[in-house]
Design a protein around this ligand. Structure first.
Ligand code: 5GP
Ligand code: ZN
Length: 118
């Protein structure tokens, strides 16, 4: 069995699990997080299965750059028009729960507070 067969985000890409999609093209998909931590909480993923930011290599740079460059447009479209935060959890220490690379795009209207509890 391949990693993507049982991957929840690959299942969303394949349409086997429903999601509230907000953007899609040949390479990427964006959908609302099922448990939002703020009024705006979008997940942006590559359609191809990449397990983690901890496992990318330089051939992934164009895709990663495209994803990052899409973030402000997606944030604004969801109503975060006065700033937002990007989070990419990676691996055990980063406490990544879903092993398919994803960018969290999180936004207001209110300031989000400090990056990590101190
Ligand atoms: P991680 O901790 O891996 O960075 O974050 C995984 C995120 O995926 C969490 O914020 C969680 O709420 C979200 N999530 C997990 N399963 C699903 C799902 O089936 N649908 C959607 N829309 N979000 C999910
Ligand atoms: Zn996957």
């Amino acid at each position: 069995m391949n990693a993507q067969d049982d991957c929840i985000f690959c299942k969303i890409v394949r349409g086997e699990v429903p999601a509230q999609k907000v953007f899609e093209d040949d390479d990427v998909l964006a959908f609302l997080d099922i448990k939002p931590v703020a009024p705006v909480h979008v997940l942006l993923i590559p359609k191809k299965h990449i397990a983690s930011l901890a496992q990318v290599d330089k051939t992934d740079a164009p895709l990663l750059g495209k994803m990052l460059a899409l973030a402000p447009t997606l944030a604004t479209a969801q109503g975060a028009d006065d700033g937002f935060r990007i989070i990419v959890n990676a691996g055990r220490v980063g406490m990544q729960e879903v092993p398919h690379l994803h960018i969290h795009i999180i936004g207001g209207p209110h300031p989000l507070g400090p990056m990590l509890a101190r």
